[in-house]
Ligand binder design. Structure first.
Ligand code: THU
Length: 136
């Protein structure tokens, strides 16, 4: 699975985003180490706090299916579903990534299109993170 294909999957998933309150659509495509991909969208709620971000949707789908090892995630989004800028994961989603991913190698791809993206390692977006090994 190359980077462009992962980005394409995120962009294709964007219309499924359920955002009647913010109208800010986000989609993610998560690449597992075994080559499978799980997409996710943000799903908002009338009570606001039950809202889940696209990144966590993708992670929780994958983990529910028994996946535990991940290589990369592509993220895209924008107001009214129009991609005008890079969407960067919120702090809670970065922490969920930290649970399952190696901070030095897990790639986070913020995409405006297949050809216009920025790429970071998890440890760049979550320095000095608290992870599972801290509880051992
Ligand atoms: N959101 C995500 O899905 N991912 C992010 O990385 C940032 C924020 C969602 C949550 C909410 O539905 C909307 O964007 C506005 O905050």
């Amino acid at each position: 699975m190359d980077k462009k294909m992962l980005i394409r999957k995120a962009i294709e998933t964007l219309p499924n985003s359920y955002v009647p309150y913010s109208h800010f659509h986000v989609a993610a495509a998560l690449l597992c180490k075994d080559g499978t991909v799980y997409t996710g969208i943000n799903i908002e709620n009338a009570a606001y706090t039950p809202t889940i971000c696209a990144e966590r949707s993708a992670f929780f789908r994958a983990v529910n299916e028994g996946k535990r090892e991940f290589d990369a995630i592509a993220i895209c989004g924008g107001g009214n579903g129009v991609i005008t800028d890079y969407v960067s994961p919120c702090g809670v989603c970065r922490q969920v990534m930290r649970e399952f991913c190696e901070p030095e190698t897990f790639r986070i791809i913020l995409a405006k299109s297949e050809d216009d993206y920025k790429e970071f390692m998890l440890n760049q977006l979550l320095p000095l993170g608290f992870g599972p090994e801290n509880l051992q």
